[in-house]
Design a protein around this ligand. Structure first.
Ligand code: NGQ
Ligand code: ZN
Length: 472
């Protein structure tokens, strides 16, 4: 990523923002003038500039956070499983309840839930989402008349909210290792590999038309047998050699044990040996790896998709960040089940998990960046951009103008140095958000902490959630 003070004079400037403090890939800079073109691409990022008549941010400007893992419909399910049902609840008992909820989703409810979710994400500092989308068919498990119905509902939701999207239709075929047939409550998820490749062809123009990227998500090694995994990756690569590939992997110890029983190998070990894992891949969770797997996975250049609050909520385990970073591993954050929709809180949870397990402080500071919130933000933006397959990697020329301006007058921030403002934003856990404004591809979507569609989006969400719960 190159920084440049030189504006490409052949391209007209469509938008500008002056920030007294801005977080560039190299660290904090003063008096930064950001300029972008009509497509939202940054044309110049100039520190030590004069504001001229450019609009001025109300506080420090940081890059928008890519959310690298989302199952949108689960937003409406939050709060409904926080009680003890079995003598020992687990990821698997949660999943049974989640499937019952998924069974009732309609195209209309999905669009309303996702639209509201994306509004919430934008208000909470996310500027882009990777939608890991696996509910494909109608409530009887039959394809809709337009087979792309639910994918298109998600694209519309992103478009309506103004959220950047990487759409990852999910390949789901089996209920367990060894090609176990799917369960009845998985019928809405199932597609053949050929059928998935047709869906991708169908979705490519619509995704591109709104500046999105289309990838593929083999759900997990539990859900995709080896032949299908190979064929799907090959088919996707023929469509777009750069397309992102995301997979849930080694999230639960049960999954690790089942994989060993099936293949003699652990999930990450098996994947690295049988699939062409490289920079296009995002290994979602990867909570249970041996030191050798940390090393081998990091070396592929794949991104670890860490979802700290969901991993805590579901009792997954703690990703070993120091080991991953020691091997140069790349990472980003996702809100997954949306138990929490707040980019800052994901970073907080990630760092706190490390502190609790290691009994240390400031674990995720980096050699070049002592300030933890700053180091984490820069790394998660880079990793998230890579996993998204989009030019959303920070405040640099050629990247998209995905910007978050904090409110320097917010009571939690006022009077602090700029870098401490970001720390207070991440670690302060305020009752009110310290985000003032947010831009996606140079278009302002949040001002004074609110999205223009906040009220209508919330109402539609509440109606959709009530209808979904009542449909039980
Ligand atoms: C999902 N969620 O696809 O929604 C999964 C649960 C599964 C997380 N892994 C289903 N957090 O993994 O089988
Ligand atoms: Zn997931």
């Amino acid at each position: 990523m190159s920084l440049s003070n030189v504006t490409d004079s052949s391209t007209p400037i469509a938008g500008r923002l002056f920030a007294a403090d801005a977080l560039l890939p190299t660290g904090w800079a003063r008096n930064v003038l950001l300029q972008w073109d009509a497509t939202g691409r940054l044309l110049s990022v100039a520190p030590d500039a004069a504001p001229g008549d450019a609009p001025q941010a109300r506080g420090p400007v940081v890059p928008g956070m890519p959310n690298l893992h989302s199952h949108a419909f689960q937003r409406a399910f939050v709060g409904l499983t926080e009680y003890r049902g079995e003598s020992q609840d687990s990821f698997w008992s949660w999943r049974n309840l989640m499937y019952r909820f998924a069974a009732r989703i309609t195209p209309e409810s999905l669009e309303a839930i996702a639209t509201w979710l994306y509004i919430e994400m934008l208000e909470a500092g996310y500027t882009s989402v990777c939608e890991f989308h696996y509910v494909h068919h109608d409530q009887d498990g039959r394809p809709y008349a337009d087979d792309a119905t639910l994918s298109l509902a998600l694209l519309r939701a992103a478009h309506n909210a103004g959220m950047g999207i990487t759409l990852l239709p999910v390949l789901y075929q089996t209920s367990g290792f060894g090609a176990k047939p799917p369960r009845a409550d998985q019928a809405r998820f199932i597609r053949s590999t050929d059928n998935m490749l047709s869906l991708l062809e169908r979705l490519a123009p619509a995704t591109r038309a709104q500046g999105g990227v289309l990838g593929l998500a083999p759900h997990s090694l539990r859900a995709v047998p080896p032949d299908s995994l190979a064929a799907a990756v090959q088919g996707l690569t023929a469509l777009n050699p750069q397309a992102p590939i995301h997979i849930h992997i080694a999230e639960q110890t049960q999954e690790v044990e089942d994989c060993i029983a099936w293949s003699g190998q652990r999930p990450v070990q098996w994947l690295l040996e049988h699939a062409p894992v490289d920079e296009r891949w995002c290994l979602v969770h990867a909570t249970h790896m041996t030191p050798q797997e940390y090393l081998d996975a990091a070396r592929t250049g794949a991104v670890a998709g860490i979802c700290p609050t969901t991993e805590a909520n579901l009792g997954d385990g703690i990703f070993d960040m120091p080991l991953w970073l020691q091997h140069g591993g790349r990472w980003g954050v996702g809100s997954d089940s949306h138990a929490c929709v707040n980019a800052a809180e994901e970073l907080l949870m990630l760092e706190y998990g490390q502190r609790l397990s290691l009994r240390q402080r400031n674990v995720l500071a980096s050699p070049g960046q002592a300030e933890v919130a700053t180091a984490m933000t820069l790394q998660a933006v880079q990793g998230g951009a890579q996993a998204s397959g989009r030019a959303i990697g920070g405040l640099a020329v050629g990247q998209q103008a995905d910007l978050v301006a904090l409110d320097a007058q917010h009571v939690a921030l006022a009077g602090l140095p700029a870098h401490s403002m970001l720390s207070s934003h991440v670690f302060g856990s305020h009752r009110t958000s310290a985000i003032d404004s947010l831009w996606v591809a140079g278009v302002q979507r949040v001002s004074e902490g609110r999205h223009a569609l906040h009220d209508t989006g919330a109402q539609a969400f509440l109606a959709a959630r009530s209808a979904t719960i009542a449909a039980d």
